[in-house]
Structures are given as structure tokens and as C-alpha cells.
Design a protein around this ligand. Structure first.
Ligand code: ADP
Ligand code: MG
Length: 257
């Protein structure tokens, strides 16, 4: 096994980090061994698990710059079976440093080889850009999940993302098929929610899978990070928790089929 999935969309604020933190937690609670890779210099997934990012000596940055072995930088989270390769602001220097290396787009892929088989799932939280860090995430991944926030202009930039993914497939022979599109901050009772859902269906049509599970707007999901916990541990009854547990089950069921 050891399936690597990037949570990707170059739009900020569409729920990538929230999805990474809570989907990984849900998968671990369903007895999977899971690793989160925080590829964002902002380190929101890292703090989302209550880890003080400023004090970290070993991070995804020191791994990508080959100062540390991948296995040395991985730390356990408070969730059993769930580990993280954390990040902090040091990673912001990596774009320029990595770009000087030959084969810079596949450095993450290489650094993950030694640990890939230790996990059932590896989820990568990708920064909001189509830069070198995102490129590395795409090359390393076996598939992607695209969270889309239910708002107008939700699909702005989507064509660029698809184009980038197609180029990586053609030029680097490294396809990352879309595992599923995930509607986030979604309310089916509003016209906006329904309109955007329809727009997404029109855009992706029959070609791509759209998760049946949608993630509602839920204040508990937004509060949990300030307690340094996934929402699932912060409020087990919340609609946010329930929807991410359902998403994990839907994902596991997809894999069985
Ligand atoms: P991204 O990583 O794509 O930039 P985040 O996951 O950080 O997006 O989400 C952006 C903001 O919206 C954060 O403050 C987060 O707590 C909040 N948020 C994300 N998903 C939800 C949701 N379903 N309900 C309420 N707030 C959410
Ligand atoms: Mg984020």
C-alpha cells in the first residue's frame, strides 16, 4: 500500500488544511496508519495538531534539503496511528534553493521512497500556489483530492490546475489522477450551494468522481485548530466531525471497489 494523496487547489481558504487534518484523523481512527506531510511554509497543519512549529529542528524543509533523513523528521501526533512530517516558515526558502537542483521536481518523491511502505495513507497538505512545492507534491502523489469551496468563482484557476497536472503527466510521466472532488463549506439549502455544486458537475461532468459526502460550514471546524486539535477530538458530535468521518468511509469504500 502506501498511497500518497495530495489535497490540492491553488486557491487559498478552500479547506485544504482542514481536510488534511480531519481526513487523516478519521482514517487513523478507522485503523489505518497515516502520515500527514505539511508542505505549506505557513505550517497550519502542523499547528492544527498542537505542534509548536517555531521550535522544530527537523522538518520537511530539512528533509528536502537532505540535512535529515525522512524517518528522523516524522513525529507522532496525539492521534494513535497518525504521524506528521511537520513544516514551518523555513520551508519558504526551499522554492529558490530547490530550483537550483537538477531534477528538482522529484525531490519529495525521492525522500518519501524509504518510508512510503510504512503507511497505508500519506496525505500532503499543499500550499496555495502552483510553485515548486506544489509541483513536488504532485510528482510524489499517486492521486489528488480537490476541495472546492461553495462560493462564486469557485472554479477560477481550476483550468490552470488541470493543465499543470496534465503537463506533469505528459512531460514527467507522473500521472496523479483525481481521486475525487470535495465540496467544502457547503450548504445544500442555499441557492449558492446548489449553484456551485451544479457548476462543479458541469465542469467535471462524468469524467471525475465527486464525493457524495459534502463538508458543511461548521464553526467547530474553524475553532478546533486554536485548541491544537483535529475537530474530531475537539467536538465528536459536530457536523464537521461527522462529515469528515463519512468522507473517510467513502474513500475506503472507493478503494475496495
Ligand atoms: P486552505 O488550507 O485551503 O487555505 P483552510 O483549511 O485553512 O483552507 O480553511 C480556511 C479557513 O476556513 C480556516 O480558518 C478554517 O478553519 C476555515 N474552514 C475550513 N473549512 C471550514 C468549514 N467546513 N466550516 C467552517 N470553517 C472552515
Ligand atoms: Mg492550508
Amino acid at each position: 500500500m502506501g498511497e500518497i494523496i495530495s489535497i490540492i487547489n491553488q486557491k487559498g481558504g478552500c479547506g485544504k488544511t482542514t481536510t488534511t487534518v480531519n481526513l487523516s484523523t478519521a482514517l487513523a481512527l478507522l485503523d489505518k496508519k497515516v502520515l500527514v506531510i505539511d508542505m505549506d511554509p505557513q505550517g497550519n497543519a502542523t499547528t492544527g495538531f498542537g505542534i509548536q512549529k517555531a521550535d522544530l529542528e527537523k522538518t520537511i524543509y530539512t528533509v528536502l534539503s537532505r540535512k535529515d533523513a525522512t524517518s528522523e523528521a516524522i513525529i507522532p501526533t496525539m492521534v494513535e496511528g497518525l504521524y506528521i512530517l511537520p513544516s514551518n516558515i523555513a520551508l519558504s526558502g526551499a522554492e529558490v534553493e530547490l530550483s537550483r537542483e537538477i531534477g528538482y521536481h522529484s525531490i519529495l518523491e525521492e525522500t518519501l521512497k524509504e518510508i512510503k511502505e510504512l503507511f497505508d495513507y500519506i496525505l500532503i497538505d499543499v500550499p496555495p500556489s502552483l510553485g515548486i512545492l506544489t509541483l513536488n507534491a504532485l510528482v510524489a502523489s499517486d492521486s489528488v483530492i480537490i476541495p472546492i469551496q461553495a462560493e462564486y468563482y469557485a472554479l477560477e484557476g481550476m483550468a490552470d490546475l488541470i493543465k499543470t497536472m496534465n503537463l506533469i503527466e505528459e512531460r514527467l510521466q507522473s500521472p496523479s489522477p483525481i481521486k475525487g472532488i470535495l465540496m467544502t463549506l457547503y450548504d445544500s439549502r442555499t441557492r449558492l450551494g446548489r449553484d456551485v455544486h451544479q457548476e462543479v458537475k458541469n465542469f467535471f461532468g462524468e469524467r471525475e468522481y465527486i464525493f457524495k459526502t459534502t463538508i458543511p460550514r461548521n464553526v467547530r471546524l474553524a475553532e478546533a485548530p486554536s485548541y491544537g486539535k483535529p475537530c474530531i477530538l475537539y467536538d465528536s458530535e459536530s457536523s464537521g466531525t461527522i462529515s469528515y468521518m463519512k468522507l473517510a468511509q467513502e474513500l475506503l469504500k472507493l478503494e475496495e471497489e
